[in-house]
Design a protein around this ligand. Structure first.
Ligand code: FAD
Length: 464
């Protein structure tokens, strides 16, 4: 819900116009409205008083200084693909968009690192690295759109994270503007380094609450072997969950293990006509990037686990094109579902052995609250995305979905999990965070925030 419209410019707007080169500050209300929220349809938001699009770190600093002077909230924003309301504007806020900070400053093959501005799109960095035989692993399903700055601020996970880890595992250093308007470098560009507290690590996953990220140094790996892709069809989401638990227990290390259910496949088919939804209620997609025969062997073993858990069909993709189509459907599932109505996105993560139990509980919650719940999941990580879909304008359905959402969080915690595996707290999971963490731990988080942003201007009301 957009709550205000601004008629007279806030004083901070004049200060921003004075501090920045011409054309950086947007005041047109129609354009402002398009920056009011990210992809979390359900989270509250307001019309920002201005959107600024700096091009350099120094301009970002000047934005923060102007906002500090006027005590205006600064909401950093990458591509706005966030799913927790982290980039949503609040009352009186200035949205700082990094969309014009898209420079790849350096790719150093010898040191295996890249230095980038925050607005570089994930896939663009990956493509530039590939040209030099290098690989930047973190691959959120939003990689065609989301930015490295947003990925670092949310500590994004992704499809290959089951084997290669999340964004945090690849961030060596960051340059940030803190809440006092100081432009500082944190971290390092060496392979090792333990000088002082890990402040760069603190910024990773801080959702824009500790600093505006103006540059990122990431670790790279050599390009890897082509992947072998397998698919398993299941009649029940719980059987698919059992296959995931079995693959983990057997000690396999797939390079992807994703789950997509029929509701998602049908939505993708209705949109892109890919002919996917015919034969399965749930599809598990597995990948192995072990080189040569070892990859074939790992793929075959995954299929054996699919069958032992009750798969009605399991096969290896005939060629790269078929494999790519299956994963494209996985990536398109969320935007395809959004076409059906507002989607409330869950992001719980449970121990992998608890995946079948959690999937069963989600189904039961959906039934009890008469709520359509579609499922996609980074299943190999235990990171589940039940997607609660409500018809447009149906308020009672919306209330039922909200109740189901809260119950799913509670069940994840009861199984030893967390309320968010990768999307962040934003606005949607703030209650969940209170339930997950001890008061003493929450107090430690607030102490860190107060140290780095004493006036509370950086993305206030989000995250912690
Ligand atoms: C189809 C789809 C698939 C997705 N799949 C995944 C997935 O597989 N894994 C996953 O982790 N997420 C996924 N997401 C969620 C989302 O894409 C990620 O959270 C992503 O990292 C957000 O990047 P962004 O550039 O869009 O950031 P935004 O949405 O613009 O911002 C996200 C958060 O980061 C902060 N932020 C952005 N830039 C900066 C900066 N320069 N400095 C400080 N703070 C900043 C914002 O304030 C906000 O709190 C998906 C979303 C969609 C729509």
């Amino acid at each position: 819900m957009t709550t205000t419209s601004v008629t007279t410019p806030a004083p901070v707007v004049g200060a921003l116009v004075a501090a920045l080169p011409a054309g950086r500050v947007i005041e047109d209300p129609d354009v402002l409205a398009s920056y009011a929220h990210d992809d979390a349809e359900w989270a509250p938001h307001a019309l920002p008083v201005a959107v600024v699009r700096p091009r350099t770190a120094e301009e970002c600093r000047d934005v923060v200084l102007a906002c500090l002077e006027h005590r205006a909230p600064v909401v950093p924003r990458g591509a706005g693909t966030g799913l927790s309301g982290g980039a949503n504007a609040s009352e009186g806020a200035v949205v700082l968009s990094t969309e014009h900070m898209t420079g790849i400053v350096e790719i150093d093959g010898a040191e295996r690192l890249a230095v980038v501005q925050p607005g570089v799109v994930n896939d663009d960095l990956r493509a530039a690295c590939a040209e030099q035989g290098l690989w930047y692993p973190p691959d959120p399903a939003s990689s065609p759109w989301s930015t490295i700055g947003g990925n670092v601020a949310t500590n994004a996970g992704g499809v290959c994270c089951v084997k290669y880890g999340v964004t945090r595992d690849y961030v060596l250093g960051v340059q940030v503007v803190n809440g006092l308007g100081e432009l500082v470098r944190l971290g390092r560009r060496t392979a090792k380094g333990v000088a002082g507290l890990d402040l760069a690590g603190l910024v990773v996953g801080s959702e824009g609450t500790l600093g505006v990220i103006t540059e990122v140094t990431v670790k790279l790996r050599p390009a890897r072997a082509p992947e072998h892709t397998v698919a398993g069809y299941f009649d029940s989401v719980v059987d698919a969950g059992r296959a995931v638990a079995a693959i983990t227990a057997a000690g396999l290390t797939p390079s992807a293990l994703e789950l997509v259910d029929r509701t998602c496949l049908e939505a993708v088919d209705a949109w892109k006509n890919m002919g996917l939804a015919a034969e399965a209620d749930v599809v598990l997609l597995g990948r192995s990037d072990a080189p040569g025969a070892a990859g074939d062997a790992e793929a075959a073993e995954m299929m054996r686990h699919f069958e032992a858990a009750g798969a009605t069909f399991a096969a290896q993709a005939a060629d790269a094109e078929e494999a790519e189509a299956l994963f494209a459907a996985r990536r398109l599932a969320y935007p395809a579902l959004e076409r059906l109505g507002p989607v409330l996105t869950e992001d719980v993560c449970v121990p992998r052995a608890a995946v079948p139990e959690m999937l069963g509980r989600i189904q039961e919650i959906g039934r009890r609250h008469e709520t359509t719940i579609a499922n996609i999941a980074h299943a190999g990580d235990g990171n589940l995305h039940p997607l609660l879909i409500t018809p447009i304008g149906d308020e009672p359905a919306r209330r039922r979905a909200q109740a189901a959402f809260e119950e799913i969080l509670a069940e994840a915690l009861a199984l030893g999990g967390t309320v968010t595996g990768e999307h962040g707290i934003g606005l949607l999971k703030r209650d969940g965070l209170q339930r997950e963490q001890a008061p003493e731990v929450l107090a430690m988080q607030h102490a860190v925030k107060a140290a780095l942003d004493p006036h509370g201007i950086l993305n206030p009301g989000k995250g912690i």
